[in-house]
Design a protein around this ligand. Structure first.
Ligand SMILES: [Zn+2]
Length: 337
């Protein structure tokens, strides 16, 4: 029997307000091209980071191979590169994401309201329920992050400490690789944090298990981990497979199944408190792909669903949330004391 809770949301917003499929193309092409350039001396991944099963070929995105775990069904970019180069790659695409050429630029305010606002509320209400006040919070990111200012302005935390996810993976002193040093002096294992937030961080680092191990060292016993991820067990991912234009490296270097994500966290010494998929866009994402490519191979049932009225599609999306079958996952886990 599961001993975690599952939460649904009725807060809905259109795809165009957070990650429009049309607008995605130039950012996606930049990401794939930058990854290809960085893979001059590639390292092939053989084992699933979640369950250690031997990975099997799945297909290609651009001309970059993806592999699948036959056991937990998670998907991974097959080839990565040494962490110092990966850190450079993540910094490079993060810079592009913030440039006027990327789709994020024109919808910053709408992303704050629809993407970051609900996440802040989620963190605040969970900390309240767990009886944690005056929390020190570590934000695990490739800096800079649009979320930092919102976390700080909320007044809910004693400290908000952005930490470079690749520095954690590499085990180098925190802040050492940043041109503008972050706040490493406030963060060491003698002065642990009460919570860590990872928005899709496990999706893009080359070694997510190492990242979790490093975070655990800075978390107090009983400290909370807030994780969001795109999961391949969700509806649009399962229907579209690698045709899903939201799957590309380095942002989706790892696309765990929900089961894979649970295994990754529990194997890293965390207990699950909440496992939810409060996604609102699965059906709309498949519809957007069909509008872009009318020859998209879909089953009769899938076509029927997409042709149904708005009420039916909404009811199906609610079903996906209730049964943890949406592709947007959020998890709260607690470090074992
Ligand atoms: Zn696996």
């Amino acid at each position: 029997m599961r001993d975690y809770i599952t939460v649904q949301t009725s807060f809905a917003f259109p795809l165009s307000s957070v990650k429009p499929l049309d607008g995605l193309q130039s950012y996606r092409a930049y990401c794939i091209s930058s990854t290809r350039t960085m893979l001059r001396e590639p390292l092939s991944r053989q084992e699933c980071p979640a369950c250690r099963s031997k990975l099997k070929p799945l297909g290609e995105v651009g001309d970059l191979g993806y592999v699948r775990c036959p056991s937990c069904a998670s998907c991974f970019l097959h080839q990565i590169t040494v962490s110092t180069q990966w850190a450079r790659l993540l910094a490079e695409v993060s810079r592009f994401r913030r440039s006027p050429e990327a789709f994020h630029h024109g919808i910053t305010q709408s992303r704050i309201e629809n993407v970051y606002g609900p996440k802040l509320e989620w963190i605040q209400s969970t900390l309240r329920l767990q009886g944690v006040s005056q929390a020190r919070l570590m934000e695990v990111v490739t800096p800079p992050s649009d979320f930092t200012a919102l976390l700080e302005a909320s007044g809910s935390f004693v400290n908000v400490l952005p930490v470079d996810e690749m520095e954690l993976v590499m085990g180098v002193p925190l802040g050492s690789s940043q041109a503008k040093r972050l706040t490493p002096s406030k963060l060491d294992s003698d002065n642990p944090v009460h919570a860590a937030v990872l928005l899709e961080s496990l999706d893009r680092v080359p070694d997510p298990a190492v990242l979790l191990g490093a975070i655990a060292r800075y978390l107090t016993d009983g400290g909370l981990l807030f994780v969001t991820a795109a999961v391949c067990s969700g509806f649009d991912m399962a229907v579209l497979g690698l045709r899903n234009l939201y799957i590309y490296p380095p942002d989706r270097t790892n696309c765990f199944s929900l089961r894979g994500l649970e295994l990754l966290l529990t194997n890293a010494g965390f207990r699950l408190l909440e496992v939810s998929t409060p996604g609102v866009l699965d059906v709309e994402i498949v519809l957007a792909h069909l509008q872009q490519d009318p020859l998209l191979p879909l089953s009769v049932f899938e076509k029927q669903l997409l042709a149904a009225d708005g009420e039916t599609r909404e009811a199906f999306q609610t079903f996906l949330q209730q049964n943890r079958m949406s592709s947007f996952a959020r998890i709260v886990a607690i470090k074992h004391s």
